[in-house]
Design a protein around this ligand. Structure first.
Ligand SMILES: CC(C)(COP(=O)(O)OP(=O)(O)OC[C@H]1O[C@@H](n2cnc3c(N)ncnc32)[C@H](O)[C@@H]1OP(=O)(O)O)[C@@H](O)C(=O)NCCC(=O)NCCS
Length: 401
């Protein structure tokens, strides 16, 4: 591709290792991206919590951007976030893709993403087209983090439908959302959640509890994701689920407003060793509560009464936790909405999973299969050998971690 039109726009980068000394430009990029990525949050809050998350360095990330030499404005930017999966797979998640409004439709994002993909796919041996681009730091970071022994795949969530097809991204799986919406706050209390079959042990999962095991432990995998060690079974960063991004955002906003968050989930244990649980967070972008994972190893064929009771308690719990959620008082969350993708309803057999979906629909949850909310896409997914025979694990809300 000929990018000679962009000769005044060299490509710059910062990354998870250098962000500390480049906070000013990092926050400028975030401020631009806050429209639209801040959703209903203020731009200031968005910049604040995204900075905190970035500084935690849970995973390596690489931020690319171009500036307007005339005024120093950030023209376009995007980030690559690394998520290590199982069996030597690493997911390069493309995120925060953004061009400032007055620079749109001039091919800037096309230029920026195409050049960076080339850099990555040649492990830093390609020179950016435009002289003055930061080849050295880019190459050093890529060479440090892209290990020959690992296999890489590119993923993203598109809010602009199939725009990313130009870079080789293909819709990868359905993201079917089940949503419950109500105008009125319910009158359920935690005592209602505790009421039901007497043999069930009810445990609240505290907000500060480490919940990684609920996402990463193979015992809690859906029947879809059975054999973690099979070469063809690929994970999306099981030990760093997207949950933590939302959780951090909740925490950051709560701290800024001196509010306390108490619980993040509910666990129901049975005397036969089986259990169900649900893990939630706020989704402050969309003014809703998101269910990151609802799991059960009960079998609808033989344990439907227990399953009904668990689902009933879980739904009551969602009402209670929504009501407790301090963001309601702060005005960030105006509606009364819970949402879950059907892939995040984990059961040990397909009939039980279908039953849960039907049950929720019967309780006024509506199913949206249009995939318009956002589209999960993977680069080269349609190429021979990429998709064939592989099973992709889902590790909770936002399947790519
Ligand atoms: C999407 C976005 C990054 C494109 O940036 P840009 O620099 O204008 O991109 P380019 O000039 O390289 O390409 C423009 C293309 O984007 C397409 N596009 C822009 N917004 C789109 C949308 N909402 N849906 C589908 N396509 C869209 C245009 O149709 C155009 O396609 P064309 O080249 O076939 O005409 C920019 O519009 C933006 O920042 N939007 C807000 C943030 C956002 O939505 N990011 C993506 C989230 S996944």
């Amino acid at each position: 591709m000929d990018f000679s039109n962009y000769k005044n726009y060299p490509i710059e980068q910062i990354n998870s290792e250098t962000v500390g000394s480049n906070i000013e430009i990092f926050q400028k990029i975030l401020k631009n991206a806050s429209n639209p990525f801040a959703g209903k949050l203020s731009s200031e809050l968005f910049v604040e919590h995204e900075t905190q998350i970035a500084l935690q360095k849970r995973v390596p990330w690489h931020q690319f951007y171009i500036l307007d030499p005339a005024n120093g404005e950030v023209v376009s930017a995007f980030r690559i976030i690394y998520h290590r999966g199982n069996n030597g797979y690493t997911n390069l998640l493309v995120s925060f893709v953004h061009t400032k409004a007055e620079y749109r439709k001039r091919g800037f994002i096309d230029y920026l993403i195409s050049e960076c993909i080339k850099k990555y796919e040649t492990v830093g041996s390609y020179e950016f087209s435009v002289p003055g681009s930061n080849n050295k730091d880019t190459d050093d970071f890529i060479k440090k983090h892209i290990k020959p022994s690992e296999k890489y795949f590119w993923t993203l969530y598109s809010a602009v439908q199939t725009f990313y097809a130009r870079f080789g991204f293909v819709p990868f799986r359905d993201m079917n959302w089940l949503t419950y919406k109500a105008e009125e706050v319910s009158t359920y209390t935690i005592d209602d959640v505790k009421t039901g079959f007497r043999d069930t042990t009810v445990e609240l999962i505290a907000f500060d509890e480490d919940v990684v095991k609920f996402f990463a432990d193979p015992d809690y995998a859906s029947y879809v994701n059975d054999s973690l060690n099979d070469e063809n079974v690929r994970s999306m960063s099981l030990d760093n689920p997207t949950f933590y991004t939302c959780h951090n955002r909740d925490l950051c906003v709560a701290e800024l407003h001196h509010k306390e968050l108490k619980n993040t989930g509910l666990r129901l244990k049975h005397s036969n060793g089986k259990e169900s649980f649900v893990i939630v967070s706020g989704d402050l972008h969309h003014e809703e509560l998101v269910i990151h994972k609802l799991f059960t190893n009960l079998d609808v064929a033989t344990e439907s009464e227990l399953l009904d009771d668990d689902l009933d308690r879980i739904q009551k719990f969602l009402h209670v936790i929504f009501d407790e959620y301090p963001f309601r008082e702060l005005g960030f969350v105006k509606g009364y909405t819970f949402a879950v993708t059907t892939a995040d309803l984990h059961a040990k057999d397909p009939d039980t999973q279908s039953y849960i979906i039907e049950k929720l629909q019967g309780n006024d949850w509506s199913l949206d299969t249009s995939n318009t909310k956002f589209l999960a896409m993977m680069k080269d997914y349609a190429k021979d050998g990429v998709a064939e025979g592989t099973v992709w694990l889902n590790n909770g809300f936002w399947c790519f971690g």
